[in-house]
Design a protein around this ligand. Structure first.
Ligand SMILES: Cc1cc2nc3c(=O)[nH]c(=O)nc-3n(C[C@H](O)[C@H](O)[C@H](O)COP(=O)(O)O)c2cc1C
Length: 203
């Protein structure tokens, strides 16, 4: 199959891209409006991009009506967010927070999630998550315009939390204990339980 993006709608290309770029990690992003309303939503166009400074990107695309998502509005207002990790036991709750809720609604309350304070930013963390990245905005890069165009959020990680229970005896993160999930295409997800190891080539 050959696909020419210019002969397809943004929605069709989106469907192809998310089924090909897999598995994608999930940033469960907590933010707060200047009026104090909490927001929580998952984003799987997400990754780390640098360790100096420690930085991440994630990409909230505009809604079908061309408006920005609440996460973007909050980050534009005050430049702070937290990326909460999603383990298998939390996947259903994470999915619930992806609903198209009104700006005034607090997804922590909707999903029955407990918050815990962050150390260096105002948005709180998801208490149940085994890891959190507290972030300050570096820049939002607007890629395209209109429906499904991206607001690529580039953030500097100013603090990391890791639950001691997911560490092995040497203090390293044990992927089995962390049990992160990844997103595939459509409604499909993967776990990180089926692993294999590869030694890097000698140089
Ligand atoms: C696992 C998962 C990953 C998602 N990834 C993205 C994404 O990368 N970009 C995006 O714009 N929306 C993504 N969504 C949809 C948003 O979570 C959804 O539009 C949400 O309502 C946005 O909330 P907000 O307006 O409170 O920011 C994803 C949904 C799920 C369930």
């Amino acid at each position: 199959m050959e696909i020419d993006p210019s002969a397809n709608t943004p929605r069709e290309i989106y469907t192809r891209m998310v089924s090909l770029i897999t598995p994608r990690p999930i940033a469960w992003v907590s933010t707060i409006s200047n009026g104090g309303i909490l927001n929580l939503a998952p984003y799987s166009f997400f990754n780390g991009v640098s360790a100096s400074p420690p930085s991440v990107v994630f990409s909230p695309v505009n809604r079908a009506d061309g408006t920005k998502k609440d996460t973007v509005i909050n980050i534009e207002e005050n430049g702070e967010f937290v990326i909460n990790l999603v383990s298998r036991s939390m996947a259903e709750t994470m999915n619930l927070t992806a609903g198209d809720f009104d700006f005034k609604e607090n997804e922590f309350e909707i999903a029955g999630l407990e918050t815990v304070s962050s150390q260096k930013v105002k948005p709180p963390r998801v208490a149940e998550s085994a890891g959190h990245l507290e972030c300050e905005l570096i820049q939002i890069v607007h890629v395209g315009e209109g429906p499904l165009a991206a607001n690529l959020v580039i953030g500097k990680v100013v603090h990391l939390h890791v639950d001691d229970q997911v560490l092995d005896e040497d203090g390293r993160v044990d992927p089995a204990r962390l049990d992160n999930v990844g997103r595939l295409g459509g409604t499909a997800y993967s776990t990180t339980r089926d692993r294999f190891d590869l030694q890097r080539p000698a140089t």
